[in-house]
Design a binder for this molecule. Structure first.
Ligand code: UDP
Length: 392
């Protein structure tokens, strides 16, 4: 490590795509605000350094995310204080020494540790404190409106929260107000700025027809029955419309939709994983998605009305409330037929669509990532780890 640079260790695990994306966004913001000053390391500490079976979190998560009932059981198991305590003890027994060694190897040059994962508080924080170097530890919560209690540890110096719902949860989990900083969800750089092109310009750039446009997506893995939902929407629409389906890594859905016989007035664009979601959102008039935190926060910055089609029990339940009740820029419909009717209503009713779009923009926090990066830099600069009160 170069001596004049400041060094940040971002701890996460690749359970879903969101945690790495958030870590990269924070690293990118530090680089943009303070060029050449920061050295950022992003580490999936569970996969790379935990003992078996904990090193298998990533495949385990990807299996469970497709099984909502099992997911619900695990969520309850992890929420219940007694089982959670037993689980944390067992994990600490086999991983504490390993995690401590990871930190010890880096501690000489380390200026701050940032966790962007619910399972990177308890053990890493205990290990860091054991090394007694006063390195600050920060949590950035990357869930939007529901969060597991393991996100919140009283020993952190600061905990960044993206919404009032998570702020309240953190308070209930015992975090004092002077450790909580309300910002927003870290988002990729294109979402920090408004789209300056007009909608027809963006559509033309993407090769899409300039007609009312529906975007269907389901997170990085293309979950939430996107193929069925897209087909049902196509059968419900009456006027000419463009239907963009972003299947992410769901190859099966992509193949199925590519060979489907679409009605003549529907202009389909079937895509796999794309890296310019912000452009497809700017081209669309509304989006259908599962209640993923990243997609919801991104849609808000683009003023895009949202129809939520599913959610992960526990983890994403609060996101539905965030969209439907708290900020009123979308609805939740589980059945494809109802989703399709809602989309048709939205495309036909300009007034409703425009007011939802305005409320989406009100809920958006495009400055969150740069604000968080600036706060972290300030925390390091002023070395306030022992008296962390002036970030409010
Ligand atoms: N995403 C993407 N390209 C795709 C599909 C999805 O970049 O083809 C991004 C999307 O913009 C969002 C993330 O993947 O940032 C999905 O995050 P979300 O929290 O919505 O759901 P997850 O997949 O993490 O459950």
């Amino acid at each position: 490590a170069s001596p004049e640079k400041q060094r940040i260790l971002l701890l996460m695990s690749d359970t879903g795509g969101g945690h790495r994306a958030s870590a990269e966004a924070i690293a990118h913001a530090l680089e943009k605000l303070f060029p050449e000053r920061w050295e950022c390391e992003i580490l999936d500490i569970w996969t790379e350094h935990a003992a078996w079976p904990y090193s298998n979190f990533v495949p385990f998560y990807s299996f469970l995310a497709k099984k909502p009932m099992l997911w619900r059981m695990l969520w309850i198991y992890g929420n219940f204080p007694l089982t959670r305590f037993a689980q944390e003890k067992a994990a600490a027994l086999s991983c504490f020494k390993r995690f401590k060694q990871v930190l010890e190897e880096r501690i000489e040059d380390l200026d701050v540790v940032v966790s962007v994962h619910p399972l990177c508080q308890t053990i890493p924080l205990r290990a860091l404190r054991k090394l007694k170097r006063g390195v600050p530890f920060v949590t950035v919560v990357t869930d939007l409106a529901s969060a597991h209690p393991t996100w919140f540890h009283r020993g952190v110096d600061k905990c960044f929260v993206p919404s009032k719902a998570i702020y309240d949860k953190a308070r209930r989990c015992g975090l004092p107000t002077d450790k909580l900083v309300s910002r927003g969800l870290p988002l990729r750089a294109p979402f920090w700025e408004q789209e300056h092109r007009t909608q027809p310009e963006v559509r033309q750039h993407l090769g899409l027809p300039d007609v009312p446009s529906v975007l269907v997506m389901g997170g990085g893995d293309g979950v939430g029955r996107i193929a069925r939902v897209a087909k049902t929407i196509a059968s419900e629409l009456r006027d000419e419309a463009s239907l963009v389906v972003i299947c992410g890594k769901n190859e099966a859905a992509k193949r199925e939709l590519e060979t489907y016989d679409w009605p003549d007035h529907v202009r389909p664009s079937i895509l796999g994983f794309v890296s310019n979601i912000e452009e497809y959102m700017a081209a669309a008039d509304c989006v259908v998605t599962k209640a993923g935190p990243g997609t919801i926060a991104e849609a808000a910055t683009r003023g895009l009305p949202v129809v939520l089609s599913s959610f992960l029990p526990g983890q994403e339940a609060g996101n539905v409330k965030f969209v439907v009740k708290t900020h009123e820029f979308g609805v939740f419909k589980r059945r494809p037929k109802k989703i399709a009717r809602e989309i048709r209503r939205l495309l036909e009713d300009d007034a409703t669509r425009h007011s939802m779009a305005a409320r989406a923009l009100e809920a958006a926090k495009p400055d969150a990532t740069t604000d968080i990066a600036r706060d972290i830099a300030r925390l390091v600069d002023t070395k306030i780890a022992k008296n962390p009160t002036d970030l409010k």
